[in-house]
Write a protein that binds this ligand. Structure first.
Ligand SMILES: *Cc1c(COP(=O)(O)O)cnc(C)c1O
Length: 397
């Protein structure tokens, strides 16, 4: 009989340095500096120390968002923030256009329907680029309250062409609501310049924190919709209430004070490295991992130029099972990568390339993948993955 002491708990593996590698497309590994910040004593959420931290978090994240908007913080995951955005703009019966290119687009639609909005879909095949012209056609033909878009589709590893979509909606009353949960701080976001009206994100992806802190940045155009006459968005999620609080340096309800401290630390790290360099690191290392995996016999997933810098998705060759690769990586190395829990189940594996990671991280992924795939009958020349990745990294890798 399994007793509590022998049970494979929480602590058995993660307490051994290097024996547990969190390589998911979120949550991601939290740097030691951030963990230490989160472990500091809990602060009074209405006191001067926390107010200073919240102000710092906002100041440091505005350039990452590319915005001069006030930033609203919530105790929430990314999905909570997606729902918050919809609660604030869409009354029951309001028409919404969900541009979907994967699982998270479908989630946006499900949230919209659950709120009683009239949801229409514009679907692109999973893994293929989004065609902005198709969006232009739909918003010309009908007046929508909002267009919902997944900036970085974590299920397929494809990025939406946000600047082009923003231009289309610039002269249209519809709001552009963007889920950048897995994009922000790993791929470029220039909210104000690109005309994104509401951008939502969360702490546990490229922002290098544990899950639980969500944020939203809201444009003037969106505020006009939120404040329209006779419209009372929900209680906890009310952006109006949240704005009134942040203007006093607070959040409406008890903030996750530890996570805010962690976010400040993570953002200090991002700015110390330099935001442009951080984004370039994500681009370079994701490409190198992609080339390395292909050299090991995995397949490229996704067409076109719009491949993600924060998640690398591989197609699994005929005869292999993605879930078995995920399982073997964990059992053999304690390396946690992702498969799929949707229509791609078994057919892809996904590895996070966001937040705190470097060339050593992806080279280690490739060494481990080589052994796992070799053991499953997909042999590659010894070191082929590492060699291809190194070639891609070039000098100074
Ligand atoms: C991770 C993620 C979310 C949010 O997921 P939660 O589990 O609710 O934090 C939303 N959208 C995308 C694109 C994501 O990658």
């Amino acid at each position: 009989m399994l007793n509590v002491v022998d049970a494979p708990t929480f602590s058995t593996r993660i307490e051994m340095p290097g024996a547990y590698r969190l390589r998911l497309p979120g949550p991601t590994e939290v740097p030691e500096r951030v963990r230490q910040a989160i472990a500091r004593p809990v602060l009074n959420h209405r006191g001067p120390e926390f107010k200073a931290g919240l102000a710092r978090a906002e100041t440091l994240i505005q350039p990452v968002l590319g915005t001069a908007n006030r930033v609203l913080f919530f105790a929430a995951t990314g999905t909570g923030m997606m729902e918050a955005a919809l609660v604030n703009v869409a009354a029951p019966g309001d028409p919404l256009l969900v541009v979907s290119h994967g699982q998270f687009g479908e989630r946006f639609a499900a949230i919209g329907r659950s709120l009683g909005a009239e949801v229409e879909m514009l679907e692109f095949p999973w893994g293929e680029p989004i065609d902005p012209a198709a969006i232009a056609e739909r918003v010309r033909a009908k007046a929508y309250r909002a267009v919902m878009l997944t900036h970085n589709e974590s299920s397929t590893g494809v990025v939406a062409p946000l600047p082009a979509i923003g231009r289309i909606l610039a002269d249209n009353p519809a709001l552009l609501v963007v889920d950048s949960v897995s994009g922000l701080a790993g791929i470029a976001m220039r909210q104000d310049e690109w005309g994104a009206d509401i951008v939502v994100s969360a702490s546990q992806k490229a922002l290098m924190c544990p899950p639980g802190l969500g944020l939203a940045s809201v444009s003037e155009k969106a505020w006009r919709v939120i404040r329209r006459d006779g419209w009372a968005p929900g209680f906890y999620w009310s952006f109006t209430r949240s704005l009134a609080s942040i203007e006093k340096g607070e959040t409406p309800f008890t903030a996750p004070v530890g996570l805010v401290a962690g976010l400040v630390e993570a953002l200090e790290m991002i700015h110390a490295e330099g935001l442009a360099r951080v984004l370039e690191r994500h681009r370079r290392l994701s490409s190198a991992l992609r080339e390395g995996g292909v050299a090991l016999g995995l397949e490229r997933f996704g067409l076109g130029r719009d491949l993600s810098a924060t998640v690398v998705v591989f197609g699994v060759p005929e005869g292999l099972d993605g879930a078995a690769i995920v399982r073997a990586m964990y059992e053999r190395y304690g390396t946690v990568i992702a498969g799929a829990r949707n229509r791609l189940a078994g057919r892809v594996i996904r590895i996070g390339t966001m937040g705190a990671f470097d060339a050593g991280t992806i080279l280690q992924d490739l060494v481990q993948l080589e052994a796992v795939l070799g053991g499953m009958g997909l042999p590659a020349a010894r070191g082929a993955g590492v060699a291809a990745a190194s070639a891609c990294l070039g000098e100074g890798a």
